[in-house]
Design a protein around this ligand. Structure first.
Ligand code: BG6
Length: 508
């Protein structure tokens, strides 16, 4: 029987080799909310290898028992499966350990090495290590150096594996992004680096690949021949949630557009890969980002981008503060909490098709969606009184209410020739009953397996910074972001940008 790599990659259950996951920054929020609950859920799903171990590394002194108790409370609160299954937890907790140390002190790494060696002997983890750097990027350099000095990194072709997982931000512009890469690649080989973009771990983003390349009817219409334009929205209703300091440096463009939005855009727009493996998929994705038409001059940036910043408003009937009243945000901040971009992918498939992309905080609702807006019918066949023939829209809802809908025109039953748009809907919840695993479960598992398909490669990150950095430069010279009321759909100028092209944002 012929092999279908696409299907195999997504369906086959794979169990990683025994290994230890070392979490730097084990007392942080990510560990508590995402990493430990994800590891526990992998245990519940029986996807962890026998002997799988987790070592938390952080500054404060703590015993293994204390660490286990703390994590149990975290898992009880944040796991998608509740309540915690005592038997599975007890078994999983046998594999949880803690090492106290600072990121600088070589003594901490010596203790870590002792612990890891002991786990290799006692739990059979065979020298396989996955280092998860759940720490600010400013700490990456010293941790990588110390790991190497302590002899804790083996080469990419060694029998045992050493891998490193890092979280965004991967730098803040082209030059800092490059510096970070340089640091990483001076200790690890690219094959050992797993850059997390949790959007790639979302089931719906993966399903986009299946939808496009596991069916034959969509691909032929997935191009400039049929598509008038594409819209991508990553809208959040929450504000900066106490992360004012971080957000001041990031802004929406660095926080969401450079990574999550461009990642889903490249999956949506890429050519079919020759196989479903890390390099084939990422080779195609990076071409899309490279094909983005540069938006460089001040005039172009002013014309093709709109920035906004939320002002006070209401959310769920409650008054909420504006961005500049948030903790740690200066009252004259020019940081954007909203951005809309009119982009073009200069490729054979997409030539002439605008990609309107927007992302922001404190918008009207939480929704991430890609929509393909098809061309108008070429000839008005029905009487003007029949109602307007609206172009068909295929929308892929990444979250929430994950699913895919097709909007098309239909005749209203009855003797008159009246037309109205209707939708054909697929909803995950309806078809599959349960929602899938959390992004971090899938991504941790893939990193343990050594499959980097769902992780960002260095050239993708670089290409994204190449496109984004000139905008940041130009914005410094352009007027401050426009204000928009919290709970609205962003600044009027964003609507105006589409109106100027005779289009409008899809009502979500
Ligand atoms: C993170 C950003 O990467 O993604 C946050 O730093 C944002 O600002 C979050 O809220 C959105 O993720 P999700 O999965 O809730 O859409």
């Amino acid at each position: 029987m012929s092999k279908n790599p696409l299907r195999e990659g997504l369906v086959t259950e794979r169990i990683p080799a025994p290994c230890t996951v070392v979490i730097f920054g084990a007392s942080g929020d990510l560990t508590k909310r995402k990493l430990l609950p994800a590891l526990y859920n992998l245990a519940v799903s029986r996807l962890l290898p026998p002997g799988a171990s987790v070592v938390g590394y952080a500054r404060r002194e703590k015993s293994d028992t204390q660490f286990r108790e703390e994590q149990k409370a975290n898992v009880a609160q944040f796991s998608r499966r509740k309540p915690v299954d005592e038997a599975i937890w007890n078994d999983f907790a046998q594999g949880l350990f803690y090492v106290a140390g600072t990121f600088e002190d070589p003594k901490g790494y010596a203790k870590l090495k002792e612990t890891l060696d002991r786990l290799d002997r006692e739990r059979g983890t065979r020298g396989n290590r996955l280092y998860y750097l759940s720490v600010p990027p400013s700490e990456f350099g010293v941790i990588l150096e110390r790991l190497r000095e302590a002899g804790l990194v083996s080469g990419p072709d060694a029998a045992n594996f050493s891998r490193v997982v890092i979280e965004k931000p991967f730098g803040s512009d082209l030059s800092t992004g490059e510096a970070l890469n340089h640091k990483l690649l001076s200790v690890f080989d690219e094959r050992q680096v797993f850059r997390i973009d949790h959007y790639l771990g979302k089931e719906t983003v993966q399903n986009l690949l299946v939808f496009r390349f596991g069916n034959s009817i969509f691909e032929p219409i997935w191009s400039r021949e049929h598509v008038d334009h594409v819209q991508i929205t990553v809208s959040e209703d929450i504000g900066v949630e106490g992360r004012g300091k971080f957000y001041e440096e990031a802004g929406t463009t660095r926080d969401v557009v450079q990574n999550h939005l461009l990642q889903i855009m490249s999956v949506m727009a890429m050519e079919a890969p020759v196989a479903f493996d890390a390099d084939s998929v990422r080779n195609e994705k990076v071409k899309v980002v490279r094909a983005l038409r540069p938006i460089v001059t001040r005039e172009d940036v002013a014309k093709h981008t709109v920035r906004g910043q939320y002002d006070a408003g209401t959310f769920n009937g409650q008054a909420v503060p504006g961005y500049r009243q948030e903790p740690d945000v200066p009252s004259d901040s020019r940081t954007e909490t909203y951005v809309a971009i009119r982009a073009h992918v200069d490729s054979w498939r997409w030539g002439g098709v605008p990609f309107y992309m927007r992302a922001g905080k404190r918008l009207n609702k939480r929704i991430t969606e890609i929509s393909l807006h098809f061309k108008k019918v070429p000839h008005a066949l029905f009487a003007a009184t029949a109602g307007e023939v609206e172009p068909d829209v295929l929308s892929i809802r990444i979250q929430p209410d994950e699913g895919i809908s097709l909007r098309f025109m239909s005749k209203v039953p009855g003797p008159t020739q009246t037309l109205r748009p209707v939708t054909m809907d697929f909803r995950y919840a309806g078809s599959f009953g349960e929602t899938g695993p959390e992004a971090y479960e899938r991504l941790l598992l893939e990193a343990m397996l050594g499959d980097a398909t769902l992780f960002a490669r260095n050239d993708e990150v670089r290409a994204a910074w190449e496109w984004i950095t000139p905008m940041h430069e130009a914005w410094k010279e352009l007027p401050a972001p426009r204000e928009y009321a919290a709970g609205s759909w962003g600044p009027q100028e964003s609507d105006d940008m589409l109106h100027a092209d005779g289009r409008h944002w899809r009502r979500l």
